[in-house]
Design a protein around this ligand. Structure first.
Ligand SMILES: [Zn+2]
Length: 209
């Protein structure tokens, strides 16, 4: 699969557009103001958007999700963040003033351990709460890659001081659900550059493997 990184929105949230050789694309997260770039890349790749994988419900990851409401796509998310996705106004206290986020539509609420097929590939869901109650990662065995939302970044971990955040849960998620992937697994985070499981286990100052 081809991976295009599309950072967007006021705090540079990474959206990822994954395109298979058969011309099907999956979007990981829908930050504010990403819709135009997504539609341009779909045209450029000559592909059809068949799914949106939502890592968690924070406003900077779902800002444009409502713009895909009428698209013929299957949208996946974890029920732990359902209220934020369906009623984003409840996040107003930690959203930039004036940002208007439309409610998102979710077609499949997925849980830890579920395996889904989308765009012709197999994807394993792992629940990694701690940054947000409904943060999940999407692990693509064929790609050797996991899209982890804001649970883990290169050299740092996700914030756990926002509503629903919990340090113990976050540390447990990283140890039990991320560091148990093979060392070579590429980690694509919600902000900043990619890393690997092996690099973070060896050098992340917050959670060593
Ligand atoms: Zn977040």
């Amino acid at each position: 699969m081809q991976i295009d990184v599309l950072p967007a929105g006021p705090i540079e949230t990474n959206a990822y557009l994954l395109t298979s050789s058969s011309g099907e694309s999956l979007l990981v997260d829908a930050p504010p103001d990403v819709e135009g770039a997504v539609r341009d890349f779909l045209k450029r790749r000559g592909s059809n958007l068949s799914g949106i994988l939502v890592t968690h419900g924070h406003w900077d990851h779902i800002g444009d999700l409502g713009n895909f409401r009428e698209d013929d796509v299957t949208i996946y998310a974890h029920p732990g963040d359902r209220e934020w996705i369906e009623n984003p106004g409840v996040m107003a206290a930690f959203m930039p003033p004036g940002l208007n986020v439309k409610p998102g539509r979710v077609d499949r609420w997925v849980e830890d351990g579920e395996v889904i097929e989308a765009a012709g590939v197999t994807i394993e869901i792992r629940h990694v709460p701690g940054h947000a109650p409904g943060n999940i990662l999407f692990y693509f065995p064929a790609l050797g890659a996991a899209f982890v939302g804001d649970a883990l970044f290169r050299g740092v971990v996700g914030r756990f001081d926002l509503p629903g955040g919990d340090w113990d849960a976050l540390e447990n998620s990283i140890r039990k659900r991320i560091y148990t992937l093979s060392d070579e697994t590429a980690i694509y985070s919600g902000h900043g550059p990619a890393t690997t499981v092996g690099v973070e286990k060896a050098s992340n100052p917050f959670v060593r493997g």
